[in-house]
Design a binder for this molecule. Structure first.
Ligand SMILES: NC(=O)c1ccc[n+]([C@@H]2O[C@H](COP(=O)([O-])OP(=O)(O)OC[C@H]3O[C@@H](n4cnc5c(N)ncnc54)[C@H](OP(=O)(O)O)[C@@H]3O)[C@@H](O)[C@H]2O)c1
Length: 336
């Protein structure tokens, strides 16, 4: 085992996408674990765009701000190398809220730790069979109430959560339109992931294209973006449509709050708009996996992985989600 632990620490809250100006990689001693704690050697980081909200001082978010000076928190997949907890033996593989570091110190009694089985591609524990999959499934079904034959629109459709929401909707018999940045991403959504249509929001007018592609209106909008994208979608919603607010990535690095400019359309079209956060339903993860695992095993649903190697390159990988340089699930590989 190494004697030092490279740890990303939050020094200040980032301005915009200047993550390098806000976080520092330092050499720390290997953490000493206490009673009922674990030391985990991190094998993978799952990078999640929503964690950008933890790196702000705002206190009314779904998670408290990460205190300055702290190790940066994030989802990790790793192997337990020291255990002082009876339920978590050394050698087991866990998915957990850990630290962006070579090693994570974990306290299982605080929750958000799952022992995961060996499967052909362990990255799927962060994709179809993990929090992104649970978010996509619950957003689409519990909040979007998507039914077979309906038209479902997904923004950030070439990202981890959106790609799963789009494929789950297809697998459930819906017609699916994705929105993504760039013609190449859109072409891949059609060719490799079976979407019915795709809109390049960087090169096309979203509202105009939607009016053409869905003249009867969008029944369900799985929104990962918010901001101007939501403004373009609202006039194109069907009567009694549902909008599942999954995320607002267009606004995470802004201080001002941006609301829909055509709020009145929610009334005129009798829309249902609901926000949701996955930690509220982590307890349903295994049950959701039993429903989605057959789609993964049969190849009906898949994931593209955008992998960066080395703990030192974490911030480069993280920034990709905010510039759109990623396709699919963004991960950092630390070790075999
Ligand atoms: N509610 C929950 O519990 C929950 C859970 C997981 C994720 N989320 C939310 O889901 C969204 C996606 O998260 P993720 O972790 O899966 O990341 P991701 O989709 O893999 O990466 C983010 C994607 O967002 C797109 N994007 C970035 N800035 C944009 C902008 N200004 N306008 C339009 N698109 C933009 C980029 O693709 P383009 O090339 O297409 O721009 C990028 O690929 C985030 O809003 C996140 O907060 C919510």
């Amino acid at each position: 085992m190494a004697e030092t632990n490279r740890v990303w620490r939050l020094e200040r809250y980032p301005q915009g996408q200047d993550f390098a100006g806000a976080m520092r990689l330092d050499d720390s001693p290997l953490p000493q674990i206490g009673a009922r704690e674990l030391l985990v050697r991190n094998l993978w980081f799952s990078l999640d765009a929503g964690t950008r909200m933890w790196f702000t001082p705002r206190t009314d978010s779904y998670m408290p701000p990460l205190p300055l000076g702290s190790p940066v928190m994030g989802f990790v997949l790793g192997q337990i190398v020291q255990s002082r907890h009876p339920d978590h033996p050394e050698g087991a593989i866990v998915r957990a809220y850990g630290q962006w570091a070579d090693y994570s110190r974990l306290a299982p009694d605080a929750g958000n730790i799952w022992q995961v089985p060996q499967i052909a591609d362990m990255r799927q524990h962060f994709a179809v069979l993990g929090p992104n999959g649970w978010t996509a499934y619950v957003g689409l079904n519990d909040y979007g109430k998507a039914r077979p034959g309906e038209t479902v629109l997904v923004s950030a459709a070439a990202g981890a959560t959106g790609l799963l929401a789009a494929q789950f909707a297809k697998a459930s018999g819906c017609r699916v339109i994705g929105i993504a940045g760039g013609a190449a991403k859109c072409a891949r959504l059609l060719a490799d992931f079976g979407l019915d249509a795709a809109i390049d929001y960087k090169g096309e007018d979203v509202a105009t294209r939607l009016a053409h592609l869905a003249p009867e209106g969008i029944d369900v909008y799985f929104d990962c973006v918010g901001g101007p994208m939501l403004d373009a979608v609202l006039p194109n919603m069907a009567l009694y449509g549902r909008i599942a607010i999954c995320g607002l990535i267009a606004t995470y690095d802004r201080e001002e709050r941006i609301g829909p400019s055509q709020f009145d359309l929610i009334l005129m079209k009798r829309l249902t708009v609901a926000g949701f956060f996955s930690p509220d339903f982590y307890g349903r993860g295994e049950a959701i996996n039993r429903l989605t695992r057959p789609w993964l095993d049969s190849g009906r649903v898949s994931m593209a992985f955008d992998v960066t190697h080395g703990v030192e390159n974490t911030l480069v990988a993280y920034a990709k989600m905010f510039t759109g340089a990623n396709f699919g699930k963004t991960m950092v590989k630390l070790a075999e």
